[in-house]
Write a protein that binds this ligand. Sequence first.
Ligand code: AMP
Ligand code: GLY
Length: 434
Amino acid sequence: MKILVVGSGGREHAIAWRLAQDAEGHEIFCAPGNAGTVGIATNVDIKADDIAGIVAWSNRERPDMVVVGPEAPLVAGLVDALEREGIVAFGPVAAGARMEGSKRFAKEVMDAAGVPTGAAEVYTDPVAAKAALAKFGLPVVIKADGLAAGKGVIVAETTADAEAAIDDMLVVSKFGAAGAEVLIEEFLNGEECSILAIVDGNDAILLPSSQDHKRVFDGDKGPNTGGMGAYSPAPVVTDDLIPIIKDRIIMPVVNELKKRGIVYRGILYAGLMVTPEGGKIARSGSRVNVVEFNARFGDPETEAVLPRLGGSFATALMHAAKGCLKPDDVVVKPGAAATVIIASGGYPGSYQKGKVISGLGDAGKDEIVFHCGTKFDHVEGGNTVVTAGGRVLSVTGCGDTLREAVDRAYAGVSGISFDGMFYRHDIAHRAFER
Ligand code: AMP
Ligand code: GLY
């Protein structure tokens, strides 16, 4: 197949890499890709949010399928635009991507479908919003309705912090239009995990569970990031939870969207909170509650989940995009995988770019180095890979056990260096603490 992967991060490198593992042998393109996708794909110099550019390229090149990585082009209607041209695209149409693009919409769909989630109310008036806080107790969660680059969620421990978050969104418009409506949400207690489901509009297949590490420093300290590592499977997702997640969370959403005339095809990513035995149960009465939905593969979860898939990945994505997913389209390999993000000093605050990376290409066969924010430095004549983002590399280890996978990931990390690099040393700690 001729396949275009849209995006430039570790997730898109992992998607392209996994497609390249298929026995069929595909012709893969990335728009725009990064220095890591060069070895397995042809990079096309079009940005992921350049809808017109991607449609024009696709019209010219007629790929068999376009796989869309990031949320912004999905929310902006890239899949709708490609489908209008008769091009098969993996990812939801804009109306479906609102499950990520509007937290209010996602809540409405969940409530209509009876999906367990934190109780929430929506406000546009700051005075009314603050008056409502007392009903929720503390901690309380304040969320901007729209896409805010991962910064629109504040877990407030005090009323003063909650009021400040409401003012940031509704009074000083810190998040622009994305914060013009706020959700005040019940705090959910427990351990988070991610479930990525491949959805074909009618049915869904759950990929292996995973867990992200959002805080920047070891021990889950410091500010939130786009994710500092992940591993799969996540033991918090015990076997008994799988049918609950499919039948009470994923399928009711797919069916509710269909009722509203939205055929959801692509990845439906459920960020879930699992309450421990004996913990305070949410108002929904369920031990598993939805924290958020995303309309795409997670990053860095994808770098830990895709290496665990066997079979033909392209066929699974194609069948989902065409509405004919079959149960055996997804083959899960036994064992485990873990991925460690290598970041640039200062991330998630400001950081420098253009640092020369050494040690790439030394990884062993059970280690995979995905590039997140890299590029070639043409000043030096071409072949030097330099940093070009806050999250720079994602090193995945695979093994029979999670311990083996984590050790391999760190062995891969140890050979890589650049000025100011850092990473977390405790990926998968929750699994090991069990
Ligand atoms: P999001 O940007 O929606 O992924 O939210 C960021 C993080 O905020 C989540 O990963 C959770 O750790 C936390 N969070 C969001 N909603 C809740 C909630 N209702 N209860 C507890 N934590 C939450
Ligand atoms: N790993 C979190 C996300 O992809 O949104």
